[in-house]
Design a binder for this molecule. Structure first.
Ligand SMILES: [Zn+2]
Length: 280
Protein backbone atom coordinates (compact mmCIF):
# COMPACT_ATOMS: atom_id res chain seq x y z
CA UNK A 1 0.00 0.00 0.00
CA UNK A 2 1.01 3.62 -0.45
CA UNK A 3 -0.02 5.55 2.64
CA UNK A 4 2.49 8.39 2.53
CA UNK A 5 -0.07 11.17 2.16
CA UNK A 6 -2.70 9.57 4.36
CA UNK A 7 -3.34 11.35 7.64
CA UNK A 8 -2.97 9.05 10.64
CA UNK A 9 -6.16 8.94 12.69
CA UNK A 10 -6.03 10.20 16.26
CA UNK A 11 -8.82 7.83 17.24
CA UNK A 12 -6.36 5.26 18.52
CA UNK A 13 -5.95 4.11 22.09
CA UNK A 14 -2.64 2.43 22.72
CA UNK A 15 -3.06 -0.06 25.55
CA UNK A 16 -0.07 -2.15 24.56
CA UNK A 17 2.07 -3.12 27.51
CA UNK A 18 -0.52 -1.93 29.99
CA UNK A 19 -2.10 -5.17 31.15
CA UNK A 20 -5.68 -4.98 32.32
CA UNK A 21 -5.43 -4.98 36.08
CA UNK A 22 -7.68 -7.22 38.14
CA UNK A 23 -7.09 -10.38 36.15
CA UNK A 24 -9.53 -12.38 34.11
CA UNK A 25 -13.05 -12.03 35.47
CA UNK A 26 -15.94 -14.43 35.21
CA UNK A 27 -17.13 -12.73 32.06
CA UNK A 28 -13.72 -13.30 30.55
CA UNK A 29 -13.91 -17.01 31.15
CA UNK A 30 -17.27 -17.25 29.46
CA UNK A 31 -16.01 -15.28 26.53
CA UNK A 32 -12.92 -17.43 26.25
CA UNK A 33 -15.21 -20.43 25.86
CA UNK A 34 -17.55 -18.93 23.32
CA UNK A 35 -14.84 -17.13 21.41
CA UNK A 36 -14.82 -18.48 17.94
CA UNK A 37 -11.68 -20.51 17.45
CA UNK A 38 -9.19 -18.72 15.26
CA UNK A 39 -11.98 -16.45 14.21
CA UNK A 40 -11.79 -12.87 13.23
CA UNK A 41 -13.88 -11.67 16.05
CA UNK A 42 -15.55 -13.52 18.88
CA UNK A 43 -18.27 -15.77 17.56
CA UNK A 44 -20.14 -12.78 16.30
CA UNK A 45 -19.77 -9.72 18.36
CA UNK A 46 -23.31 -10.21 19.55
CA UNK A 47 -22.35 -13.19 21.66
CA UNK A 48 -19.88 -11.14 23.54
CA UNK A 49 -22.29 -8.28 23.92
CA UNK A 50 -24.52 -10.64 25.84
CA UNK A 51 -21.96 -11.08 28.55
CA UNK A 52 -22.83 -8.43 31.03
CA UNK A 53 -19.65 -7.37 32.68
CA UNK A 54 -19.55 -4.18 34.65
CA UNK A 55 -16.95 -2.03 32.95
CA UNK A 56 -14.15 -1.45 35.41
CA UNK A 57 -11.80 1.46 35.24
CA UNK A 58 -8.33 1.00 33.89
CA UNK A 59 -5.78 1.86 36.49
CA UNK A 60 -3.84 4.00 34.05
CA UNK A 61 -5.02 6.15 31.17
CA UNK A 62 -4.01 4.72 27.81
CA UNK A 63 -2.17 7.12 25.50
CA UNK A 64 -4.50 8.44 22.82
CA UNK A 65 -3.60 9.45 19.29
CA UNK A 66 -1.58 7.85 16.53
CA UNK A 67 1.28 5.79 17.98
CA UNK A 68 4.78 6.65 16.76
CA UNK A 69 6.01 3.14 15.96
CA UNK A 70 5.77 1.75 12.45
CA UNK A 71 2.92 -0.71 13.01
CA UNK A 72 1.01 1.82 15.10
CA UNK A 73 1.38 4.38 12.34
CA UNK A 74 0.20 1.90 9.73
CA UNK A 75 -2.90 1.01 11.71
CA UNK A 76 -3.67 4.68 12.40
CA UNK A 77 -3.32 5.53 8.71
CA UNK A 78 -5.61 2.72 7.61
CA UNK A 79 -8.13 3.88 10.20
CA UNK A 80 -7.70 7.43 8.88
CA UNK A 81 -8.35 6.18 5.37
CA UNK A 82 -11.56 4.43 6.46
CA UNK A 83 -12.68 7.67 8.13
CA UNK A 84 -12.23 9.60 4.89
CA UNK A 85 -14.07 6.97 2.84
CA UNK A 86 -17.00 6.35 5.18
CA UNK A 87 -17.23 10.04 5.99
CA UNK A 88 -17.86 10.72 2.30
CA UNK A 89 -20.26 7.82 1.83
CA UNK A 90 -22.38 8.86 4.80
CA UNK A 91 -22.32 12.46 3.64
CA UNK A 92 -23.64 11.44 0.23
CA UNK A 93 -26.79 10.16 1.88
CA UNK A 94 -27.03 13.19 4.18
CA UNK A 95 -25.78 11.22 7.12
CA UNK A 96 -22.85 11.80 9.39
CA UNK A 97 -20.17 9.26 10.07
CA UNK A 98 -19.18 8.84 13.69
CA UNK A 99 -15.67 7.41 13.68
CA UNK A 100 -14.89 4.45 15.94
CA UNK A 101 -11.86 4.20 18.20
CA UNK A 102 -9.23 1.56 17.58
CA UNK A 103 -7.68 -0.02 20.66
CA UNK A 104 -4.30 -1.69 20.39
CA UNK A 105 -3.61 -4.23 23.10
CA UNK A 106 -1.54 -7.25 23.86
CA UNK A 107 -2.49 -10.35 25.78
CA UNK A 108 -5.94 -9.51 27.00
CA UNK A 109 -8.18 -6.52 27.04
CA UNK A 110 -11.23 -5.24 28.83
CA UNK A 111 -13.94 -3.83 26.60
CA UNK A 112 -17.47 -2.66 27.33
CA UNK A 113 -18.47 -6.07 25.92
CA UNK A 114 -16.35 -7.96 28.43
CA UNK A 115 -12.84 -9.34 28.63
CA UNK A 116 -11.20 -10.74 25.55
CA UNK A 117 -8.00 -12.61 24.82
CA UNK A 118 -5.64 -12.19 21.90
CA UNK A 119 -6.64 -15.64 20.72
CA UNK A 120 -10.11 -14.28 20.10
CA UNK A 121 -8.77 -12.29 17.19
CA UNK A 122 -9.66 -8.71 16.34
CA UNK A 123 -13.20 -7.74 17.26
CA UNK A 124 -15.61 -4.85 17.37
CA UNK A 125 -17.60 -3.96 20.49
CA UNK A 126 -20.76 -2.07 19.62
CA UNK A 127 -21.28 -0.87 23.18
CA UNK A 128 -18.21 1.32 23.24
CA UNK A 129 -17.85 1.59 19.45
CA UNK A 130 -14.26 0.43 19.60
CA UNK A 131 -12.24 -1.96 17.45
CA UNK A 132 -9.85 -4.14 19.42
CA UNK A 133 -6.72 -5.45 17.77
CA UNK A 134 -3.73 -7.29 19.12
CA UNK A 135 -1.04 -6.78 16.50
CA UNK A 136 0.16 -10.35 17.02
CA UNK A 137 -2.84 -11.32 14.90
CA UNK A 138 -1.10 -9.77 11.91
CA UNK A 139 1.81 -12.10 12.56
CA UNK A 140 -0.62 -15.03 12.72
CA UNK A 141 -2.18 -13.87 9.50
CA UNK A 142 1.18 -14.10 7.82
CA UNK A 143 2.46 -17.34 9.36
CA UNK A 144 -0.48 -19.47 10.45
CA UNK A 145 -3.00 -18.35 7.84
CA UNK A 146 -0.39 -17.75 5.13
CA UNK A 147 -1.91 -14.42 4.22
CA UNK A 148 0.97 -11.94 4.15
CA UNK A 149 0.92 -8.36 3.01
CA UNK A 150 -0.07 -4.96 4.31
CA UNK A 151 -3.34 -4.96 2.40
CA UNK A 152 -4.30 -8.24 4.09
CA UNK A 153 -3.83 -6.45 7.42
CA UNK A 154 -5.74 -3.42 6.20
CA UNK A 155 -8.61 -5.71 5.20
CA UNK A 156 -8.82 -6.97 8.78
CA UNK A 157 -9.16 -3.42 10.09
CA UNK A 158 -11.61 -2.46 7.34
CA UNK A 159 -13.72 -5.54 8.16
CA UNK A 160 -14.03 -4.49 11.81
CA UNK A 161 -14.83 -0.94 10.69
CA UNK A 162 -17.53 -2.62 8.58
CA UNK A 163 -19.16 -3.89 11.77
CA UNK A 164 -19.10 -0.33 13.10
CA UNK A 165 -20.87 0.81 9.95
CA UNK A 166 -23.48 -1.87 10.68
CA UNK A 167 -23.96 -0.32 14.10
CA UNK A 168 -24.40 3.15 12.59
CA UNK A 169 -26.91 1.93 10.03
CA UNK A 170 -28.88 0.02 12.65
CA UNK A 171 -28.27 -3.44 11.15
CA UNK A 172 -26.45 -4.70 14.21
CA UNK A 173 -29.21 -3.64 16.58
CA UNK A 174 -31.86 -5.28 14.41
CA UNK A 175 -29.97 -8.56 14.50
CA UNK A 176 -29.41 -8.39 18.22
CA UNK A 177 -33.14 -7.98 18.70
CA UNK A 178 -33.83 -11.06 16.59
CA UNK A 179 -31.20 -13.11 18.29
CA UNK A 180 -32.52 -15.41 20.95
CA UNK A 181 -35.84 -15.68 19.18
CA UNK A 182 -34.48 -17.96 16.49
CA UNK A 183 -32.79 -21.35 16.32
CA UNK A 184 -29.06 -21.85 16.51
CA UNK A 185 -28.90 -22.63 12.80
CA UNK A 186 -30.70 -19.39 12.02
CA UNK A 187 -28.39 -17.52 14.36
CA UNK A 188 -25.42 -18.92 12.50
CA UNK A 189 -26.90 -17.93 9.18
CA UNK A 190 -27.53 -14.40 10.44
CA UNK A 191 -23.99 -14.25 11.66
CA UNK A 192 -22.74 -15.32 8.23
CA UNK A 193 -24.80 -12.61 6.54
CA UNK A 194 -23.43 -10.05 8.94
CA UNK A 195 -19.84 -11.13 8.43
CA UNK A 196 -20.14 -11.23 4.66
CA UNK A 197 -21.57 -7.73 4.71
CA UNK A 198 -18.59 -6.57 6.78
CA UNK A 199 -16.34 -8.19 4.15
CA UNK A 200 -18.21 -6.35 1.43
CA UNK A 201 -17.87 -3.08 3.33
CA UNK A 202 -14.14 -3.76 3.63
CA UNK A 203 -14.16 -4.08 -0.14
CA UNK A 204 -16.02 -0.78 -0.49
CA UNK A 205 -13.26 0.88 1.50
CA UNK A 206 -10.67 -0.89 -0.69
CA UNK A 207 -12.29 0.49 -3.84
CA UNK A 208 -12.02 4.05 -2.56
CA UNK A 209 -8.51 3.50 -1.22
CA UNK A 210 -7.72 2.58 -4.83
CA UNK A 211 -9.19 5.81 -6.15
CA UNK A 212 -7.08 7.68 -3.56
CA UNK A 213 -4.07 5.97 -5.11
CA UNK A 214 -3.27 4.03 -1.95
CA UNK A 215 -3.14 0.60 -3.56
CA UNK A 216 -0.13 -0.98 -5.23
CA UNK A 217 -0.06 -3.87 -7.61
CA UNK A 218 -0.49 -7.08 -5.68
CA UNK A 219 -2.56 -5.50 -2.93
CA UNK A 220 -5.89 -6.80 -4.20
CA UNK A 221 -4.44 -10.29 -4.49
CA UNK A 222 -3.23 -10.06 -0.87
CA UNK A 223 -6.71 -9.13 0.29
CA UNK A 224 -8.41 -11.89 -1.68
CA UNK A 225 -5.89 -14.38 -0.40
CA UNK A 226 -6.60 -13.30 3.18
CA UNK A 227 -10.35 -13.64 2.63
CA UNK A 228 -9.74 -17.16 1.33
CA UNK A 229 -7.51 -18.06 4.26
CA UNK A 230 -10.08 -17.20 6.91
CA UNK A 231 -13.14 -18.82 5.39
CA UNK A 232 -14.96 -21.14 7.81
CA UNK A 233 -14.50 -24.16 5.58
CA UNK A 234 -10.77 -23.61 5.32
CA UNK A 235 -10.40 -23.08 9.07
CA UNK A 236 -12.52 -26.09 9.96
CA UNK A 237 -10.59 -28.27 7.55
CA UNK A 238 -7.37 -27.16 9.19
CA UNK A 239 -8.47 -27.51 12.79
CA UNK A 240 -11.02 -30.34 12.73
CA UNK A 241 -10.18 -32.11 9.53
CA UNK A 242 -13.74 -31.79 8.29
CA UNK A 243 -16.19 -29.14 7.18
CA UNK A 244 -19.60 -28.57 8.78
CA UNK A 245 -21.41 -25.88 6.78
CA UNK A 246 -24.30 -25.51 9.27
CA UNK A 247 -21.84 -24.37 11.90
CA UNK A 248 -20.40 -21.61 9.74
CA UNK A 249 -20.53 -18.22 11.38
CA UNK A 250 -18.40 -16.20 8.96
CA UNK A 251 -18.96 -17.78 5.57
CA UNK A 252 -16.93 -20.05 3.31
CA UNK A 253 -13.74 -18.90 1.64
CA UNK A 254 -15.55 -18.61 -1.66
CA UNK A 255 -18.31 -16.47 -0.12
CA UNK A 256 -15.91 -14.21 1.73
CA UNK A 257 -13.89 -13.61 -1.41
CA UNK A 258 -16.99 -12.98 -3.49
CA UNK A 259 -18.53 -10.41 -1.14
CA UNK A 260 -15.24 -8.68 -0.50
CA UNK A 261 -14.79 -8.49 -4.25
CA UNK A 262 -18.27 -7.16 -4.79
CA UNK A 263 -17.48 -4.16 -2.59
CA UNK A 264 -14.07 -3.78 -4.19
CA UNK A 265 -15.52 -3.72 -7.68
CA UNK A 266 -18.39 -1.30 -7.10
CA UNK A 267 -17.40 0.88 -4.14
CA UNK A 268 -21.09 1.20 -3.27
CA UNK A 269 -22.36 0.22 0.15
CA UNK A 270 -25.81 -0.55 -1.21
CA UNK A 271 -24.33 -3.44 -3.18
CA UNK A 272 -23.54 -5.11 0.13
CA UNK A 273 -27.05 -6.23 1.01
CA UNK A 274 -26.33 -9.73 2.26
CA UNK A 275 -29.63 -9.82 4.12
CA UNK A 276 -32.18 -9.81 1.33
CA UNK A 277 -30.17 -11.69 -1.27
CA UNK A 278 -31.50 -15.09 -2.22
CA UNK A 279 -28.08 -16.61 -2.74
CA UNK A 280 -25.26 -15.82 -0.41
ZN1 LIG B 1 -16.51 -9.87 11.65
Amino acid sequence: MRLGDQRASDNVEDRRGMGVGGGLGVGGLVIAVIAYFLGFDPSAVMNVAEQVVAPQRETREAPKGAPADEMGQFVAKILGSTEVVWGKIFQQSNGQYRAPTLVLFDGQVRSACGMAQSATGPFYCSRDEKLYIDLSFFRDLQTRFRAPGDFAQAYVIAHEVGHHVQKLTGTLQKLEAERGRVTKADNNLMSVRMELQADCYAGVWGYHAGTMNQLESGDIAEGLNAATAIGDDRLQQQTQGRVVPESFTHGSSEQRVRWFKRGLDSGRAKDCDTFSTASL
